[in-house]
Design a protein around this ligand. Structure first.
Ligand SMILES: Nc1ncnc2c1ncn2[C@@H]1O[C@H](COP(=O)(O)OP(=O)(O)O)[C@@H](O)[C@H]1O
Ligand SMILES: [Mg+2]
Length: 435
């Protein structure tokens, strides 16, 4: 059976079942199908869904629905394509027979286990229920609508229809859908404390209602502290993917304006923007850029005003009320004053990785690269290196292997990369001192 045939028949089954089972909701539709059916206005996939040839082309790149629906040269008995409207559907009353047929095809099981709508049918509705299909489990693996780019686009759409300033706000932040995030938690090597913090953040988000009920509103503000290259940005992004909620990335250098009054306004705007994306992560990078000690010498009143606006904006943002999980990242601890610290309920330390962590980081980076490398020995030679430094070392090693027409790595590639990295950072150090 060609996979195109199964694509179309899976879609027709999904439509039929989704339309007729009240319990099924938009998040049960597999994301590939959902993208095409998505309605930005209502942010939903309204019932009934009516697949047609154009949709099928968009979803699967299938040019000719009729021929995709042919089996051994004959049209599939349980479906019809309306020659006039291009609509495709199962024939009246043939759902059970079509499903029965589908189930027997090669590869069908994988499709059922990735499609909550089908899982619901085969596990809970069909005459002969399949005990091996757990709808709830399949549904929990399907990315929710908030994980998709369309979700973000529909909110942006709405923003632009507003009083006309919504679009402007978008210049103040990068907004990413979880499905676009490349970083993932299992590629990050975390300390026990970081893992523990991660669990707490997840629990806080999952139990928002509980916190509201008991009157604890001040949760969901986290400060990441540590030198550059220790995984702060990667952690925030990976969290967006793990929790399937968008991430609104704010760089304070993006919102500082030469006119400080404008900076204060931008701060308010960017927080208002994040609140539109409920639920989301708002990640404020370069936090120390503005949250410098307010008592520092020679500071203008206007900077103080901007800092105060920022602090007030943080106070007025809540995970419980606004659905915004606030994460700020800073390289410098000393630059932040007491008033800033107090605003965060969790501080997560990002330190330079230990020997053991360096080995694990190297193993992770080298996972897809051919070559038998003693990573422990490299880890021993890279004290003080951050995760980002280790990535650079591996990149350098890969490039020098390529110079010798090799795709695989040998120990000496990495060893020389470490040496040249040491030399370079040594240079950087002298340049810095001379400045
Ligand atoms: N603990 C770690 N485990 C795995 N990779 C790491 C770790 N720390 C840093 N890296 C890698 O280094 C790169 C830079 O990290 P990044 O998240 O930008 O650091 P930061 O935001 O702290 O400056 C990323 O590609 C990341 O994968
Ligand atoms: Mg960063």
């Amino acid at each position: 059976m060609s996979s195109e045939t199964l694509d179309v028949i899976e879609l027709l089954l999904t439509a039929e079942i989704y339309n007729n089972q009240e319990e099924l909701i938009v998040n049960d539709i597999p994301s590939k199908i959902r993208k095409t059916l998505w309605d930005a206005k209502t942010r939903n996939v309204a019932k009934p869904i009516k697949p047609n040839k154009t949709m099928i082309k968009t979803m699967f790149g299938i040019e000719d629905t009729e021929s995709a629906l042919k089996i051994n040269g004959k049209p599939f008995a349980y479906a019809i394509v309306d020659a006039y409207t291009g609509n495709a559907r199962l024939t009246e009353g043939s759902l059970d027979a079509a499903a029965e047929w589908f189930k027997k095809q090669e590869g069908a099981r994988d499709r059922i286990l990735e499609n909550p709508v089908l899982a619901y049918y085969f596990g809970n509705v069909a005459e002969e229920k399949d005990a091996g299909v757990d709808y709830k489990a399949v549904a929990s693996k399907n990315p929710p609508k908030e994980a998709s780019r369309e979700w973000i686009e529909s909110i942006i759409e709405e923003l632009s229809e507003g009083k006309g300033n919504g679009r402007e706000w978008l210049k103040l932040a990068y907004i990413k859908a979880p499905e676009e995030v490349r970083e993932s938690m299992d590629e990050l090597i975390l300390t026990e404390r970081q893992k523990n913090e991660l669990q707490k953040i997840e629990l806080a988000i999952k139990n928002k209602e509980h916190f509201r009920n008991i009157g604890l509103y001040d949760i969901g503000k986290v400060l990441f502290v540590g030198p550059p290259g220790t995984g702060k940005t990667s952690f925030a992004r990976a969290l967006s993917k793990k929790l399937s909620i968008p991430i609104v990335e704010v760089h304070l250098s993006m919102i500082t304006d030469q006119y400080l009054g404008e900076t204060s306004k931008n701060i308010d705007r960017v927080f208002a923007l994040a609140k539109k994306f409920d639920p989301c992560i708002m990640f404020i990078d370069e936090f120390d850029f503005i949250a410098t000690s307010r008592t520092a010498e020679g500071e203008h009143a206007a900077i103080k005003q901007a800092v105060n606006t920022l602090l007030k904006a943080i106070d007025n943002t809540s995970l419980v009320e606004d659905g915004v999980l606030l994460i700020a990242a800073t390289n410098h601890t000393r630059k932040l004053d007491e008033a800033v610290w107090r605003r965060f309920d969790e501080i997560v330390d990002f330190e330079r990785p230990t020997l053991e962590m360096r080995k694990d980081i190297l193993d992770t980076i080298l996972r897809r690269i051919e070559g038998d490398i003693d990573t422990e020995s490299i880890a021993k030679k890279t004290e003080e290196y951050t995760g980002s430094d280790l990535r650079m070392v591996v990149r350098e090693a890969v490039l020098s292997a390529l110079l010798e027409n090799r795709y695989n790595l040998v120990q000496s590639d990495l060893e020389s990369a470490v040496k040249s990295f040491d030399r370079r950072s040594g240079l950087k150090m002298t340049a810095f001192i001379e400045e």
